[in-house]
Design a protein around this ligand. Structure first.
Ligand SMILES: NC(=O)c1ccc[n+]([C@@H]2O[C@H](COP(=O)([O-])OP(=O)(O)OC[C@H]3O[C@@H](n4cnc5c(N)ncnc54)[C@H](O)[C@@H]3O)[C@@H](O)[C@H]2O)c1
Ligand SMILES: N[C@@H](CCO)C(=O)O
Ligand code: NA
Length: 436
């Protein structure tokens, strides 16, 4: 049988890893796919660097459109990133009747509804396992393995760079900027690393998972985003003293009023498995009504782990090439005409427990005023500790609340900050138990 010709666009971290895996495991891969899969043509801005990665036999070009237009290419693999050039290339590949494999979560989270619609019209596949949680086969699990379930919630550590930074800061006391540079050197970070540390990348991945889990269109624009760049080391330490780890969490949950879709740092009890996911590792918890909670763990970034998912998609697409398009797994798991427009809840309407750190004058009555304001907003306290007074006779009060709507916490924080005896802003972090 004729080999499957791969056209690779972008030979950087993931593209280089993909070339390596295709070469290293060529025999195993063709035994699984039922035919030879060969890297036929590759495009990269830096041709010399790409030549090192792909070896002497692959045609190299610097214009990726040549890959998309090449009549011999069966599957286009987009590993350039971003949503400008990559979008034109992917749409042109689809228009040319080529199947697409991509690791580009931004492209899909922002333009996926349009891209999947075009692919559907043309009867081609767009596969994107590498776009969410790197090498972990979470798209496969959500789309196929859990298809009997009504999925209730997904909670994940889905940005390797942020998790690597938080881990190194906690374990080694390293500085934020030093660890970020290390994550960039290791190839984990996005071209613009603010996407990692401000929660955008996790939001892209979460929006994709929510669509597949609940059968809704992708709605990244409605995803609440809060990153780790403003986290104070004190809160990481206090959380630890109280038995929690701080993680950048992506959480989406079905409620009777709509879908929660949020990315933010969260305190997680250290006894929970997900609190112990460290470094570049990712983990995704999925709760289905029939199966209960399930957990998926593995490397969320890096050349070879991500290439593992890219190549698995290439094998999947190869196996399904001759299948009737009607018989393929739908891009978003649900049949395209069955997507529901469930509302995404504004962040004020979500329910969570909270960690509050309040700077206050160390004098009689302060605590009573704070607890009164919490009670007036219907917030009950689970734990309260006062951190030692300092020489300027101010103290820090740390309060853990029971579950409450965020708007009530916001109202209480506003009132607390207005107290004369309270100094500066109240620090507020959400706490997640992940077991209901
Ligand atoms: N690095 C990871 O661990 C990882 C993991 C999962 C997904 N991703 C995603 O994979 C994609 C690639 O990421 P990466 O880390 O490999 O990036 P990278 O910057 O290492 O590689 C991108 C490559 O594309 C080339 N390129 C840029 N514009 C081009 C153009 N117009 N034509 C041809 N080549 C062009 C660059 O020269 C570079 O070699 C991104 O969408 C990223 O979000 C990365
Ligand atoms: N920059 C991303 C790459 C994997 O998607 C991360 O750190 O998780
Ligand atoms: Na994946």
């Amino acid at each position: 049988m004729k080999p499957i010709n791969i056209g690779l666009m972008g030979v950087g971290t993931v593209g280089g890893g993909t070339a390596t895996v295709l070469k290293r495991n060529a025999e195993e891969i063709s035994r699984r796919a039922g035919r030879e899969i060969r890297l036929f043509i590759a495009a990269n801005r830096d041709l010399a660097k790409a030549r090192e990665a792909v070896g002497p036999d692959v045609t190299l070009v610097d214009d990726a459109m040549q890959v998309v237009q090449h009549p011999e290419v069966d599957i286009v693999v987009e590993l350039i990133g971003g949503d400008t050039v990559a979008k034109s290339l992917v749409l042109q590949a689809i228009a040319n009747g080529k199947h697409v494999v991509t690791a580009n979560k931004k492209l899909l989270a922002v333009h996926g509804n349009e891209i999947f619609a075009r692919a559907q019209e043309k009867g081609v596949m767009v596969a994107f396992e590498a776009a969410v949680a790197g090498g972990i086969p979470i798209i496969k699990a959500l789309r196929e393995g859990l298809s009997a379930n009504r999925i209730e919630w997904i909670a994940g550590i889905i940005n390797g760079t942020s998790n690597f930074i938080l881990t190194e800061m906690r374990e080694k006391g390293a500085s934020f900027s030093d660890v970020l540079s290390e994550a960039q050197r290791l190839g984990y970070a996005e071209a613009d690393p603010t996407f990692d540390v401000e929660g955008h990348d996790a939001g892209h991945k979460l929006s994709i998972m929510a669509a597949i889990a609940f059968g809704i269109p992708m709605q990244f624009d409605k995803c609440y985003l809060e990153g780790i760049s403003k986290l104070d080391g004190r809160d990481i330490r206090y959380a630890e003293e109280l038995g929690y780890r701080v993680k950048l969490l992506g959480l989406t949950r079905r409620t009777e009023h709509g879908i929660e879709l949020r990315v933010h740092p969260a305190l997680i009890p250290e006894r929970q498995l997900i609190a112990n996911v460290n470094g570049v590792m990712n983990a995704v918890y999925v709760k289905g009504d029939a199966i209960g909670p399930t957990l998926y763990y593995g490397a969320g970034a890096g050349a070879l782990p991500t290439a593992s998912a890219v190549v698995a998609d290439i094998v999947d697409v190869t196996r399904l090439l001759t299948a009737d398009p009607e018989h393929r797994v739908p891009h978003l798991a649900f049949q395209p005409n069955q997507l529901k427009d469930l509302p995404i809840l504004p962040i004020e309407e979500i329910t969570s427990s909270y960690y509050l750190r309040i700077g206050a004058a160390d004098r009689a009555g302060v605590l009573a005023n704070i607890t009164r304001l919490l009670a007036e907003n219907g917030i009950s306290i689970e734990a309260l500790i006062q951190k030692g007074s300092t020489s300027d006779s101010s103290a820090e009060i740390v309060i853990l609340t029971h579950r409450v709507k965020e708007k009530h916490v916001n109202a209480a924080i506003g009132a607390i900050e207005a107290l004369d005896s309270v100094v500066g802003k109240v620090v507020r972090l959400r706490m997640e138990e992940l077991n209901d």
